[in-house]
Write a protein that binds this ligand. Structure first.
Ligand SMILES: Cc1cc2nc3c(=O)[nH]c(=O)nc-3n(C[C@H](O)[C@H](O)[C@H](O)COP(=O)(O)O)c2cc1C
Length: 188
Protein backbone atom coordinates (compact mmCIF):
# COMPACT_ATOMS: atom_id res chain seq x y z
CA UNK A 1 0.00 0.00 0.00
CA UNK A 2 1.41 3.32 -1.11
CA UNK A 3 1.08 5.70 1.79
CA UNK A 4 3.77 7.20 3.94
CA UNK A 5 2.61 5.68 7.22
CA UNK A 6 3.20 8.97 8.97
CA UNK A 7 -0.19 9.50 10.60
CA UNK A 8 -2.39 7.32 12.78
CA UNK A 9 -5.02 7.54 10.05
CA UNK A 10 -2.44 6.07 7.63
CA UNK A 11 -1.91 3.23 10.11
CA UNK A 12 -5.63 2.51 10.29
CA UNK A 13 -5.79 2.45 6.47
CA UNK A 14 -2.72 0.22 6.28
CA UNK A 15 -4.24 -2.34 8.66
CA UNK A 16 -7.54 -2.33 6.81
CA UNK A 17 -5.83 -2.72 3.43
CA UNK A 18 -3.54 -5.56 4.53
CA UNK A 19 -6.29 -7.57 6.22
CA UNK A 20 -8.58 -7.15 3.18
CA UNK A 21 -5.73 -8.36 0.95
CA UNK A 22 -5.30 -11.38 3.23
CA UNK A 23 -8.85 -12.46 2.50
CA UNK A 24 -8.76 -11.77 -1.26
CA UNK A 25 -5.25 -12.76 -2.19
CA UNK A 26 -3.93 -16.28 -1.53
CA UNK A 27 -0.36 -15.04 -1.94
CA UNK A 28 -0.66 -12.29 0.66
CA UNK A 29 1.40 -12.73 3.84
CA UNK A 30 -1.76 -11.76 5.67
CA UNK A 31 -3.57 -14.83 4.31
CA UNK A 32 -2.79 -16.73 7.53
CA UNK A 33 -2.28 -15.65 11.11
CA UNK A 34 -1.40 -17.11 14.47
CA UNK A 35 -4.49 -17.42 16.62
CA UNK A 36 -3.53 -17.24 20.29
CA UNK A 37 -5.89 -18.47 22.94
CA UNK A 38 -5.60 -19.17 26.62
CA UNK A 39 -6.39 -22.68 27.87
CA UNK A 40 -4.34 -24.51 30.49
CA UNK A 41 -1.32 -23.22 28.56
CA UNK A 42 -1.41 -20.10 26.40
CA UNK A 43 -1.07 -21.41 22.83
CA UNK A 44 -0.96 -20.30 19.21
CA UNK A 45 -1.63 -21.99 15.90
CA UNK A 46 -1.86 -20.98 12.25
CA UNK A 47 -5.29 -20.46 10.71
CA UNK A 48 -6.50 -19.05 7.38
CA UNK A 49 -8.10 -15.61 7.37
CA UNK A 50 -11.52 -16.23 5.84
CA UNK A 51 -13.08 -12.85 6.38
CA UNK A 52 -12.42 -9.28 7.41
CA UNK A 53 -15.12 -6.66 7.64
CA UNK A 54 -13.65 -3.17 7.94
CA UNK A 55 -17.00 -1.70 8.97
CA UNK A 56 -17.79 -4.09 11.81
CA UNK A 57 -14.10 -4.85 12.53
CA UNK A 58 -14.65 -8.58 12.56
CA UNK A 59 -12.01 -11.17 11.55
CA UNK A 60 -13.26 -14.63 10.61
CA UNK A 61 -11.71 -18.09 10.49
CA UNK A 62 -13.09 -21.61 10.13
CA UNK A 63 -12.45 -24.56 12.39
CA UNK A 64 -13.70 -27.87 13.72
CA UNK A 65 -15.87 -27.89 16.84
CA UNK A 66 -13.63 -30.64 18.33
CA UNK A 67 -10.49 -28.49 18.12
CA UNK A 68 -8.77 -27.41 21.32
CA UNK A 69 -9.07 -23.79 20.25
CA UNK A 70 -12.87 -24.13 20.57
CA UNK A 71 -12.51 -25.46 24.13
CA UNK A 72 -10.21 -22.53 24.92
CA UNK A 73 -12.57 -19.96 23.42
CA UNK A 74 -15.54 -21.43 25.27
CA UNK A 75 -13.65 -20.90 28.51
CA UNK A 76 -12.08 -17.59 27.62
CA UNK A 77 -13.26 -15.77 24.48
CA UNK A 78 -10.43 -13.20 24.57
CA UNK A 79 -7.95 -14.00 21.79
CA UNK A 80 -5.05 -12.43 19.95
CA UNK A 81 -4.55 -12.79 16.18
CA UNK A 82 -0.93 -12.22 15.14
CA UNK A 83 -0.06 -11.36 11.55
CA UNK A 84 3.44 -10.80 10.18
CA UNK A 85 4.58 -9.92 6.70
CA UNK A 86 8.26 -10.52 6.19
CA UNK A 87 8.22 -8.68 2.85
CA UNK A 88 6.40 -5.60 4.19
CA UNK A 89 8.10 -5.83 7.61
CA UNK A 90 4.77 -5.27 9.31
CA UNK A 91 3.42 -7.10 12.34
CA UNK A 92 -0.21 -6.61 13.38
CA UNK A 93 -1.49 -7.98 16.67
CA UNK A 94 -5.28 -7.94 16.89
CA UNK A 95 -6.88 -8.27 20.31
CA UNK A 96 -10.56 -9.09 20.56
CA UNK A 97 -13.18 -11.56 21.65
CA UNK A 98 -14.31 -14.56 19.67
CA UNK A 99 -17.83 -15.74 18.95
CA UNK A 100 -18.44 -19.29 17.68
CA UNK A 101 -21.08 -19.89 15.00
CA UNK A 102 -22.12 -23.52 14.70
CA UNK A 103 -25.28 -24.99 13.22
CA UNK A 104 -26.68 -21.50 12.63
CA UNK A 105 -27.53 -19.43 9.56
CA UNK A 106 -24.06 -17.84 9.50
CA UNK A 107 -22.18 -21.16 9.55
CA UNK A 108 -24.53 -22.75 7.01
CA UNK A 109 -24.11 -19.80 4.61
CA UNK A 110 -20.29 -20.22 4.74
CA UNK A 111 -20.60 -23.99 4.37
CA UNK A 112 -22.60 -23.54 1.18
CA UNK A 113 -19.75 -21.47 -0.31
CA UNK A 114 -17.08 -24.08 0.35
CA UNK A 115 -15.64 -26.61 -2.09
CA UNK A 116 -15.97 -30.35 -1.46
CA UNK A 117 -12.33 -30.82 -0.50
CA UNK A 118 -12.63 -28.25 2.28
CA UNK A 119 -15.92 -29.78 3.41
CA UNK A 120 -14.35 -33.25 3.73
CA UNK A 121 -12.11 -32.14 6.60
CA UNK A 122 -15.13 -31.53 8.76
CA UNK A 123 -16.18 -35.20 8.48
CA UNK A 124 -12.87 -36.48 9.82
CA UNK A 125 -13.18 -39.54 12.05
CA UNK A 126 -11.87 -39.74 14.74
CA UNK A 127 -12.15 -35.98 15.35
CA UNK A 128 -9.06 -33.72 15.29
CA UNK A 129 -6.85 -34.05 18.35
CA UNK A 130 -7.77 -37.72 19.04
CA UNK A 131 -4.80 -40.07 19.63
CA UNK A 132 -4.43 -42.63 16.80
CA UNK A 133 -2.27 -45.79 16.54
CA UNK A 134 -0.85 -45.00 13.11
CA UNK A 135 -0.40 -41.72 11.19
CA UNK A 136 -3.12 -42.68 8.70
CA UNK A 137 -5.62 -44.14 11.14
CA UNK A 138 -8.43 -41.74 10.25
CA UNK A 139 -11.00 -41.30 7.48
CA UNK A 140 -13.00 -38.48 5.94
CA UNK A 141 -16.26 -40.08 4.89
CA UNK A 142 -18.96 -37.59 4.00
CA UNK A 143 -22.15 -38.85 5.61
CA UNK A 144 -24.45 -35.83 5.49
CA UNK A 145 -24.81 -32.67 3.43
CA UNK A 146 -23.66 -30.43 6.29
CA UNK A 147 -21.17 -31.27 9.03
CA UNK A 148 -22.23 -30.41 12.58
CA UNK A 149 -18.52 -29.95 13.35
CA UNK A 150 -18.12 -26.91 11.11
CA UNK A 151 -17.58 -23.65 12.99
CA UNK A 152 -17.25 -20.10 11.74
CA UNK A 153 -15.44 -18.05 14.36
CA UNK A 154 -15.81 -14.28 14.35
CA UNK A 155 -13.30 -12.22 16.27
CA UNK A 156 -14.63 -8.79 17.18
CA UNK A 157 -11.59 -6.55 17.25
CA UNK A 158 -11.02 -4.17 20.14
CA UNK A 159 -7.38 -3.11 20.07
CA UNK A 160 -4.59 -3.40 17.50
CA UNK A 161 -0.87 -3.17 17.99
CA UNK A 162 0.86 -2.29 14.71
CA UNK A 163 4.64 -2.47 14.25
CA UNK A 164 6.56 -1.41 11.15
CA UNK A 165 10.24 -2.33 11.05
CA UNK A 166 12.23 0.37 9.33
CA UNK A 167 15.96 0.90 9.05
CA UNK A 168 15.71 4.61 9.97
CA UNK A 169 13.64 3.78 13.03
CA UNK A 170 10.81 1.39 13.74
CA UNK A 171 7.27 2.71 14.05
CA UNK A 172 4.65 1.36 16.39
CA UNK A 173 1.07 2.37 17.07
CA UNK A 174 -1.89 1.26 19.14
CA UNK A 175 -5.29 1.52 17.53
CA UNK A 176 -8.43 1.48 19.66
CA UNK A 177 -11.23 0.37 17.40
CA UNK A 178 -14.09 2.05 19.23
CA UNK A 179 -12.17 5.03 20.51
CA UNK A 180 -10.21 6.69 17.74
CA UNK A 181 -9.19 9.60 19.99
CA UNK A 182 -7.12 7.14 22.05
CA UNK A 183 -5.11 5.94 19.02
CA UNK A 184 -1.47 6.60 19.81
CA UNK A 185 2.08 6.16 18.65
CA UNK A 186 4.09 3.91 20.93
CA UNK A 187 7.82 3.77 21.40
CA UNK A 188 8.87 0.71 19.41
C1 LIG B 1 -1.02 -22.96 6.74
C2 LIG B 1 -1.96 -23.55 7.77
C3 LIG B 1 -3.28 -23.18 7.74
C4 LIG B 1 -4.17 -23.70 8.70
N1 LIG B 1 -5.47 -23.28 8.68
C5 LIG B 1 -6.31 -23.70 9.65
C6 LIG B 1 -7.63 -23.17 9.73
O1 LIG B 1 -8.05 -22.31 8.95
N2 LIG B 1 -8.43 -23.64 10.73
C7 LIG B 1 -7.99 -24.58 11.63
O2 LIG B 1 -8.77 -24.96 12.50
N3 LIG B 1 -6.75 -25.09 11.58
C8 LIG B 1 -5.89 -24.67 10.63
N4 LIG B 1 -4.61 -25.17 10.58
C9 LIG B 1 -4.20 -26.19 11.57
C10 LIG B 1 -3.90 -25.51 12.92
O3 LIG B 1 -2.70 -24.77 12.83
C11 LIG B 1 -3.83 -26.50 14.08
O4 LIG B 1 -2.81 -27.44 13.84
C12 LIG B 1 -5.14 -27.26 14.30
O5 LIG B 1 -6.25 -26.45 14.01
C13 LIG B 1 -5.24 -27.78 15.74
O6 LIG B 1 -5.19 -26.68 16.63
P1 LIG B 1 -5.81 -26.73 18.10
O7 LIG B 1 -5.66 -28.16 18.58
O8 LIG B 1 -4.99 -25.77 18.89
O9 LIG B 1 -7.25 -26.31 18.02
C14 LIG B 1 -3.71 -24.65 9.65
C15 LIG B 1 -2.37 -25.01 9.67
C16 LIG B 1 -1.51 -24.47 8.75
C17 LIG B 1 -0.05 -24.89 8.79
Amino acid sequence: MDNKLETLENVRENISYNLSEGVKNRKSDFRTFTLCSHGIYPTGRTVVLRGYDSLTNILTFHTNSHADKIKDINENPYVCCVFYSKSLKIQIRCFGHAEINRKNTRSIASWNNMNDMSKECYFQNPPPGTQIKSYNDFSKTIFSSVSDNFCVVDVKLEKLDWLFLKREGHRRANIFINNKESDTWVSP
